[in-house]
Design a protein around this ligand. Structure first.
Ligand code: A2P
Length: 337
C-alpha cells in the first residue's frame, strides 16, 4: 500500500532533505502534503518530477494523513503534532518538544528500532543530531563492553541552526573577505573564521541545553540511566556535517582492533581510520551529502586502562535529522503493510 505523507516545515533545511530522501529511498508515497508557514504557502517544489504546492499549516486539515514528519521548530510541534495525531497520523517529530516525555519513544533506527511501536500518543521523537551520530557508533560498543562514562566535545556545523544559520555563515564569510563590517544576527557572536562554545540556551547548571541533550537522550535511547556523560558543544564554521571527539570508559577492556572489528560490522557505520594524510573522516571529505556515520582516529586512552578515543563525523541534516526520520517512517510503514 501507499501512504499519505505530510512534511511540516517542508521549505526548511531539514524539511527539503526529508523530501529528497523520501524520493531517494522510494518511500511508498501516495499523497504528499507539503506544509510551511503562510510566508511560503503557494510556492511549488518538485517531487519525483511533479510540482507540489506548499500549503499553509495553519489552515490545513490533517484528516487522512498517515505519517507526518515535523521539522518546523518546537512551538509548531507542540501546537500541531497532537492535532495530527488526534486525526490519526503517526507523527515523527524532529524538535525537542516531546523527546523527554515518558510516553514518547526516542528512536535511532540502528539502535532501538523496537521502540517505534511503543507510542501511546501517536508521536515518535527523532533525537538531536549530535546524540544521533554518537549513539550509532557507541551503541554496539555499549552492548558488548558496557560504557560507563562518555566525555564528548562536539564540532557542530551551522546547518543544525536551519536555513538562516547557513545564510549567516555565507554572508559573514563574504563580508569579512571584502573587509566589511559584520552584524551577527543568528549566532551570538561572529561565526565565520571563529567558533562558539554555546549552542541553545544556558541552563542553571552552567551547561547549555544542547549539551544536556547529549546526557538526557543518551540515557533514554540506551535505556540506561547509569551512563555518565560529560559534554561540551561547540558551533564551528562548517556548513554541513557535525564532528565529535569522544572518549569512552568501558566496564570491560576493549582494544583498538576489537573496536574496529565490531564497528565495521555494525549498521550505519563506516570506519575510516588510516594513519596517513586524509585517512580520517572530515565533514567535507566524507560526511556532507552522505548517509553513514564515519568513525576514525580510534585509539586506546593513554591515561585510562579501559578508555577508548573515537572521532565521529556525520551529515547532521541527513542521519542527524531527515534520514533517521525517514527510516522511522519506514519502520511505521512496515507495520502497516
Ligand atoms: P517557512 O519557510 O514558511 O518559514 P529552518 O529550520 O531551515 O529555518 O526551517 C524551518 C521550517 O519551519 C520552514 O519550512 C518554515 O516555513 C517552517 N515554519 C516555521 N514557522 C512555522 C509556522 N509557524 N507554521 C508553519 N511552518 C513554520
Amino acid at each position: 500500500r501507499s501512504f499519505h505523507v505530510a512534511i511540516v516545515g517542508a521549505t526548511g533545511a531539514v524539511g527539503e532533505t526529508m523530501l529528497a530522501i523520501l524520493a531517494e529511498r522510494d518511500f511508498p508515497v501516495g499523497t504528499l502534503s507539503l506544509l510551511a508557514s503562510e510566508r511560503s504557502a503557494g510556492g511549488e517544489v518538485e517531487y519525483n518530477g511533479n510540482k507540489v504546492r506548499i500549503q499553509d499549516l495553519a489552515t490545513f486539515d490533517p484528516s487522512g494523513v498517515d505519517i507526518a514528519l515535523f521539522s518546523a521548530g518546537g512551538s509548531v510541534s507542540k501546537e500541531y503534532a497532537p492535532k495530527f495525531a488526534a486525526a490519526g497520523a503517526v507523527v515523527i517529530d524532529n524538535s525537542s518538544a516531546f523527546r523527554y516525555d515518558d510516553d514518547v519513544p526516542l528512536v535511532v533506527s540502528e539502535v532501538n528500532p523496537d521502540q517505534v511501536a511503543n507510542r501511546p500518543r501517536g508521536i515518535i521523537a527523532n533525537p538531536n543530531c549530535s546524540t544521533m551520530q554518537m549513539l550509532v557508533a557507541l551503541a554496539p560498543l555499549h552492548r558488548k563492553y558496557g560504557i560507563e562514562r562518555i566525555n564528548v566535545s562536539t564540532y557542530q556545523s551551522v546547518s543544525g541552526g536551519g536555513r538562516s544559520a547557513l545564510e549567516e555563515l555565507g554572508k559573514q564569510t563574504g563580508q569579512l573577505l571584502s573587509f566589511q563590517e559584520i552584524d551577527p544576527q543568528r549566532f551570538p557572536v561572529q561565526i565565520a573564521f571563529n567558533l562558539i562554545p554555546h549552542i541553545d540556551d544556558f541552563l542553571d547548571n552552567g551547561f547549555t541545553k544542547e549539551e544536556m541533550k547529549l546526557v538526557w537522550e543518551t540515557r533514554k535511547i540506551l535505556g540506561d540511566d547509569s551512563i555518565l556523560v560529560n559534554p561540551t558543544a561547540v558551533r564551528v564554521p562548517v556548513f554541513y556535517g557535525h564532528s565529535e571527539s569522544v572518549a569512552i570508559e568501558t566496564r570491560d577492556k576493549v582494544t583498538v582492533a576489537e573496536a574496529r572489528a565490531l564497528l565495521e560490522q555494525s549498521p550505519g557505520i563506516e570506519v575510516v581510520d588510516r594513519h596517513e594524510a586524509g585517512g580520517y573522516p572530515t565533514p567535507v571529505t566524507h560526511a556532507s551529502g552522505t548517509d553513514a556515520v564515519y568513525v576514525g582516529r580510534i585509539r586506546e586512552d593513554l591515561s585510562h586502562p579501559r578508555g577508548l578515543n573515537l572521532w565521529i563525523v556525520s551529515d547532521n541534516v541527513r542521519k542527524g535529522a531527515a534520514l533517521n526520520a525517514v527510516q522511522l517512517a519506514e519502520l511505521v510503514a512496515a507495520e502497516k503493510r
